[in-house]
Each structure stands twice: as C-alpha cells, then as structure tokens.
Design a protein around this ligand. Structure first.
Ligand SMILES: Nc1ncnc2c1ncn2[C@@H]1O[C@H](COP(=O)(O)OP(=O)(O)OP(=O)(O)O)[C@@H](O)[C@H]1O
Length: 560
C-alpha cells in the first residue's frame, strides 16, 4: 500500500471516529454488559450446584440476588451501551457525510473523472455508511472483549492458574484459526463486495436513465441480463461472506467446548480438595461465556477489513489532489465581514483572461478582455469549442483563471467564492430541473419568496400564462424537466436567476435546441426580462435578433 493511500485511509477513518469523550460511556457500559454475561453464567452455575448441597437458604441469598442483578444488568447495560455508542456513531456519520460531500464538491467532475457514476454514488452512500462500523463494530467490540477476557482469565487464575493458561491458549488458537480462515475465505469478497454493489447500481442507473433508448432499440432484454448478472455477482459475494462467518462461528464453538472439557479434566483431581463442587462447576462453564464475548473479535476483524476497503474507496474520491484549475476556498472564504467593493468601479472588468480545463494541454480561453457596466449586455459568440461555456464557468468560479477578473474593482480570486456566485449567476446550457413542482424549482433560488413573487418572476420570463394553464405553481416539471420543453426549461432557469437577483446573469446558449423563430423570441424575452440595472452576459451561437443592444466579442478556438 502506497504512503498516499495509507494517509488517505487514515484521514477518512479519523473523520469516522467520534471524539473520545463521546465514545467513553458506550465503552464503559459495553464492558459492564459483557462482564455481566460472564458473571451471570459463572454465578448461576455456582448457585445451582451449591443449592443441590442444600445449605441454609441464608448462605444462598447473596448469590440469588447477584444472579438477578446480573440478569437485569446484562440487558440494561447492553441497552445503555447501544444507546450511547449508536448516538455517538450516528452523530459522527452525519458530520462525516457532510464532510465527504464538501470534499467532493471541488473534485466533481474534474478530479474524479475516471470514476463511474455508480462508483461515486456507491462510495458516497454505502461506503460512507459502512464507515460508521469503525467505532461501532470494529473498535468498540475489540476493546470491550479485550478488557472482559483479561479480567475473566485473571479470576480463573485465582482458582487454577493451569485452567487459566489452558483457556488463554484455546482463545489464542481458536481465535487465530478463525481469523486466518476468515481472512482466506472472506478477505477477497470484502474487497469485491463494494465493486459488486457499484456494478449493480451502475446497471440500474443505466436502465433508468436510458429507458427510452433501450426500449426503442429493443435492448431492454440485454440490459436486464446485465442487471441480473450484477445481482448474481453480488449474491455470490454475500454468500461467500456468510459461509465464512458461519465457519468462523463453528471453529470458536468447537474451541469453546474443548476449553470447557480441558478445564474439567484439569480441575477434576482437585475436586473436593481445595476446589469445591460449586466452584468447579462455575469454572467449567465460564470458558463458554468468555468465548461468547471473544466471538466478537473475529467479527470485528471482518468488519475491519470491510471498513478499510470502504475507507480506501472514499479516500480515492475525497483525498485526491484538487487540480490547480479548480478554485478551492481560500483565506477570504474563512474571513468574516463584507468585502470592500468599489461602487464606482465597473461591475465586471476582465483583462487578458486565460482559462484551462483540468488535465487539458492548452487553454480553452486566452487573452480575453472586456468591461461590463450595470445595464449593459455582452454577447459572446464563437464556433463550437471556442471556449464560450468555459468562460461562463470561469465567471462563476467553477474554473480558475489567469490574468485579471475584477468585480466592482476587486479581483474575483481574492473574494470568497460564495460572494462571487452571489454576484454572478449562471443559467447553464441544459438547466437542471428537480422532479418537483414549479414552486420548489423556483423557491430554492430565494426560499423566502411568496407565491406572488414566484408568479411575477414567471410572468417576466413569459411563462405566466403557461403556468396558470397547468394549475399554477403546483404544476410538476417531471424528472429532469421531462414535462417541459427546452425553451420553457431555459425560462424557468432565468426566472430562478431573477429571483436570486444576481447583479450579473450569464445565459449560456439559452436557445440551444430551439428553432430559429422561437429562439429570437426567447432571446428577446430573456434579455428583456433582466432588470435594467443588471448586466447580462449572453453566450450564443445564433445571430442576434434586432432589438438587443449589446457589445459583442467573438471567441476563436485556439489553433492546434
Ligand atoms: N471538462 C473538460 N475537460 C477538458 N477539456 C474540456 C472540458 N470541457 C470542454 N473542454 C474543451 O475546452 C474547449 C472549449 O469548450 P467549451 O465547452 O467552452 O466550448 P463552447 O464554445 O462552449 O462550445 P459549444 O458551442 O459547442 O458549447 C473545447 O476544446 C473543449 O474540448
């Protein structure tokens, strides 16, 4: 394992662990619960045999009360342990998921292009979930059983050091055998499990995302076969893991039985001479309880392998280096206070701008300069691949830039990224619509907006009548906007931008996929809908209709 992978895994596992003070109570109650298991078996055996000797009942009172206390304590301590340890782990999981998401944001898609969608989804959902096992199913059971097993062996050593030694040897031998067997049988399937899960998610995503194409070309059958094969692979891996867990359990049960038989043989000569019958009976059954507690260790080691495999996959997504072409939050993002903008300076001022995509050998935009004041429109044209969308991405700081890009006199790279995105809003080429109603699709731009304000925004982009005919703001837009046309989706996206009230709105190819006549109307409507004191950057490959007064720049694709 390379140092880089090891460091990434360590960082991910560290984020999965709750703080020590939050783990403490779970650990303490876990020890008490398992001590109760061992104590209960030993004490009740002692009580049964002692009662058979018919002593005065008074001599049994302590043991009777003890058995009751341990029986109640076992359940109560276990419940409390689960409460504390799950509370800590689940709280940590919420933080971990948010941290993972935050770490993914600057890396998507540039830094993790080589990962398939299903892989990213499986890592974000299943693998992050699996990480909560690190505190719950790996560290806690190992720590608890270590304490309880050592204490139990110490108590048995007081009765017979030889019996304690035999129990220790049996625990070590049985444990080692079970762990090695599990490693050999389940080790590979732990690594395969997530790949098999990701394969199934990938096949399902493809099925749902491309249902129309698959149906149209009669390829549904092949796709179903792919899903079934992925499912069969996942079942086979899970079956191997279950078999391995079963074999481990069987080995430990055999070792436990053997330990009891050996203890019996060792203590038999001393029975009645130094070791009383009740104590003898207790010592013979205690190994079974100790093995029950110790049985958590192989399970914890199996969980450890799965958790480490998950941590590696999460690290491969979140611990990769962020390419320098992608802006990351800097000191300005952490600083509090409003940035000092100069109201007299131009709204946008770009000088000698160069922008490059991560991993690309050359700049997609270079040597670009323009100035844009409030109330102005800038039209950016250029052939396909000239860098128009790249410019849009740089203006909203999805891509880093070289040269100068000032907003109200302040260099954008020194501003908090969120502030730039509050100033410059992007209506992307294919706007994403959520599978919800119009209200939800608009409201996330300004969650305090009233229904009247939402309808007013729709009116401004020429969608008011259409929305009313569909039942108003409750009208559904369908998955990925399936129930609305391309032009309507663009208008909804602009209505959002109007609600968010960006001083600068970038419209990236708002007429893509719309016929010429409609495109002219749409462009006029879209640009006309932006308030007069706001600026518009309109990226388009079509001729401008008459009536749009704008400065123009034409981008040229860099020569190869
Ligand atoms: N994610 C990416 N990684 C690497 N290169 C990219 C990426 N996206 C775009 N490019 C390259 O950057 C250049 C500019 O692309 P861009 O999408 O900005 O062009 P465009 O002018 O918007 O084209 P179109 O009119 O077809 O949308 C192209 O050469 C393209 O291949």
């Amino acid at each position: 394992m390379s140092a880089h992978v090891a460091a990434g895994r360590k960082a991910v596992l560290h984020r999965a662990m709750p703080a020590a003070r939050r783990r403490g109570p779970g650990l303490a109650f876990g020890v008490l619960a398992d001590l109760s298991v061992v104590g209960l078996l030993g004490l009740s055996m002692w009580l049964i045999v002692r009662a058979g000797e018919q002593p005065p009942i008074l001599h049994l009172t302590f043991a009777i009360v003890g058995v009751r206390a341990l029986a109640i304590g076992r359940a109560a301590f276990r419940y409390t342990e689960r409460l504390f340890s799950h509370d800590a782990a689940l709280a940590q999981l919420a933080t971990l998921r948010a941290d993972t998401f935050t770490a993914l944001i600057p890396r998507v898609p540039g830094a993790i292009e080589s990962h398939r969608r299903g892989e990213v989804l499986a890592a974000f959902v299943d693998d992050v979930d699996q990480l909560q096992d690190e505190p719950l199913r790996v560290r806690q059971p190992i720590a608890v059983s270590a304490v309880v097993v050592i204490l139990s062996i110490a108590v048995i050593a007081l009765i017979s050091p030889l019996a304690a030694l035999v129990l220790t040897v049996m625990l070590l031998a049985g444990g080692l055998f079970a762990v090695v067997l599990a490693q050999r049988t389940a080790g590979a399937s732990d690594r395969e499990l997530s790949a098999a899960r990701a394969g199934l998610v990938d096949a399902l995503l493809e099925r749902f995302a491309s249902a129309e194409v698959l149906t149209a070309f009669g390829a549904i059958g092949q796709q179903r076969a792919r899903i079934e094969a992925a499912e069969a692979r996942l079942s086979a891996v899970q079956l191997r893991r279950a078999r391995s867990a079963g074999a481990t359990g069987a080995i430990l049960a055999a070792a436990s039985g053997l330990a009891s038989i050996l203890t019996l043989l060792i203590l038999l000569p001393a029975l009645g001479q130094g070791v009383s019958a009740p104590l003898f009976a207790a010592a013979v059954v205690v190994p079974a309880a100790v093995f029950e507690v110790f049985g958590q260790v192989p399970a914890a080691l199996a969980a450890r392998r799965a958790v480490r495999a998950s941590a590696d996959r999460v690290a491969a997504l979140t611990e990769t280096e962020i390419p320098t072409e992608i802006p990351v939050p800097g000191p300005a993002d952490a600083a509090s206070g409003e940035p000092q903008l100069d109201p007299a300076a131009p709204l946008v001022e770009v000088r000698d701008l160069a922008v490059r995509h991560p991993g690309a050998a050359r700049d997609a935009v270079s040597g670009l300069s323009f100035e844009l004041a409030a109330g102005q429109t800038l039209v950016v044209t250029g052939e396909s691949g000239a860098g128009k969308s790249t410019l849009a991405l740089a203006l909203v700081r999805f891509l880093a830039y070289r040269g100068s890009y000032r907003l109200r006199g302040v260099e954008a790279s020194t501003l908090p990224i969120a502030d730039v995105r509050k100033t410059v809003g992007l209506c992307e080429q294919l706007p994403h619509l959520f599978d919800a109603d119009l209200r939800q699709n608009l409201k996330f731009a300004r969650d305090t907006a009233t229904d009247e304000e939402l309808m007013a925004a729709l009116d401004r982009v020429g969608l008011g009548e259409w929305a009313r005919s569909r039942g108003g703001l409750d009208a559904a837009v369908g998955e990925h906007g399936a129930l609305v046309s391309g032009g309507q989706a663009q208008r909804i996206a602009l209505a959002r931008a109007l609600l968010a009230d960006f001083p600068v709105v970038v419209l990236d190819e708002p007429t893509a996929g719309v016929d010429r006549e409609l495109a002219d109307r749409l462009l006029l409507d879209l640009v006309g809908a932006v308030p007069a004191d706001r600026a518009v950057v309109l990226i388009t490959h079509t001729e401008l209709p008459e009536g749009i007064r704008a400065q123009r720049i034409e981008l040229a694709a860099p020569s190869v």
